[in-house]
Design a protein around this ligand. Structure first.
Ligand SMILES: [Zn+2]
Ligand SMILES: [Zn+2]
Length: 266
C-alpha cells in the first residue's frame, strides 16, 4: 500500500510533549524548575494540558489549551483554575467534589479505569495511591502505536505491571530520589514513591525510558548537570534511560521512530 505524502507527514509528526512546568509542591524554584508541574500534549490541532497548579493562574492565555485534564485536586495541580478555564476541563468525580467552587463552565467527568478520547488522543484513567483526601489518577496517553504514562504524584500503583505494560515513556514523580516519602493511612499508602522505586516498576515491565517531573527541593536546589548525571547512572543500574525534565523541555513520539528529546524552550 502506498501512503500519501500527507498521511506520511501526519504520521511522522506523532505526539509532541512539552514540559510546561516541573516543580513539585515546594517553596523553592530555579530557572530549570520555575513552575508547578504541567504537561502539554500536542497532536495535530489538539493542545491538551495536563494539570494546572497555582503557578498557572492568569497564564493560560499563553498556553492556549484545547482541553485541560487534571490528575487530582491538590493546589499544585488544580488551583490555576480558580478563576475558570478557557476550554473544557476533565477531572474525576473525586476531584470535581473538591474544586466545585471554581467557576469552570465546561466540566467533564473522567471515568476511572476506562479510556476516553480527548481531542484525538486516547486517555486511560488509572487510579493511583497518593492522597486519601484528594484521590489521584495517572494517565496512559496514546496516539496510534505510541504511548506515554504521566503520573506526577504517586505513592504506589495497585497493579503496576498491568498498568504500565507496553509504555514507550514513563513520566513520573520526581519528589525524591532514594528516600521514600510514602506513609500509611490505614491500608492506604500516601505521599510520593522514590525515583528508585519507580525505576524498579519500569524495569519490571521493560519500559526503556523514564523522565521525572514534579521535582522536590533537593533536586530543584541541585546543579542541573550533576543531578542529571546521578539519575542517569541510577537509570543504568535499572536498565532504564532516566533523566529529569526542565521547564520547556520537549519530547517527540512518532510511529516507527525512537522517542526524541530536545531542550529547545517552549
Ligand atoms: Zn503535586
Ligand atoms: Zn498531590
Amino acid at each position: 500500500m502506498k501512503l500519501s505524502r500527507r498521511h506520511d507527514a501526519r504520521t511522522s509528526r506523532g505526539i509532541v510533549v512539552t514540559f510546561l512546568g516541573t516543580r513539585g509542591e515546594i517553596d523553592v524554584r530555579s530557572r530549570c524548575h520555575q513552575r508547578h508541574s504541567s504537561l502539554l500534549v500536542q497532536c495535530d490541532s489538539a493542545r491538551v494540558m495536563i494539570d494546572c497548579g497555582t503557578d498557572w493562574l492568569g497564564r493560560l492565555e499563553a498556553v492556549l489549551p484545547t482541553a485541560i485534564v487534571l490528575t487530582h485536586a491538590h493546589p499544585d495541580h488544580a488551583a490555576g483554575l480558580a478563576e475558570g478555564a478557557p476550554c473544557p476541563v476533565y477531572a474525576t468525580k473525586g476531584t470535581w467534589d473538591l474544586i466545585d467552587r471554581f467557576p469552570i463552565e465546561d466540566r467533564r467527568t473522567l471515568p476511572l479505569n476506562k479510556s476516553l478520547p480527548i481531542d484525538g488522543l486516547l486517555f486511560k484513567v488509572v487510579p493511583v495511591e497518593h492522597s486519601v483526601r484528594a484521590p489521584a489518577v495517572g494517565f496512559r496517553v496514546s496516539m496510534k502505536r505510541r504511548s506515554l504514562f504521566y503520573v506526577p504524584d504517586v505513592a504506589a500503583f495497585r497493579n503496576a505491571a498491568g498498568v504500565l505494560a507496553g509504555i514507550d515513556v514513563y513520566i513520573g514523580d520526581g519528589a525524591t530520589i532514594r528516600r521514600s516519602m510514602v506513609r500509611k493511612r490505614g491500608r492506604a499508602r500516601i505521599g510520593h514513591a522514590s525515583i528508585v522505586d519507580q525505576l524498579v516498576w519500569c524495569r519490571k515491565v521493560g519500559i526503556p525510558r523514564a523522565i521525572f517531573t514534579h521535582c522536590g527541593s533537593p533536586i530543584v536546589r541541585a546543579n542541573v548537570r550533576t543531578i542529571n548525571a546521578t539519575l542517569q547512572q541510577l537509570g543504568r543500574d535499572y536498565s532504564v534511560e532516566a533523566r529529569f525534565a526542565c521547564d520547556g523541555d520537549r519530547l517527540f513520539l512518532a510511529d516507527g521512530r525512537q522517542a526524541r528529546w530536545t531542550r529547545e524552550r517552549a
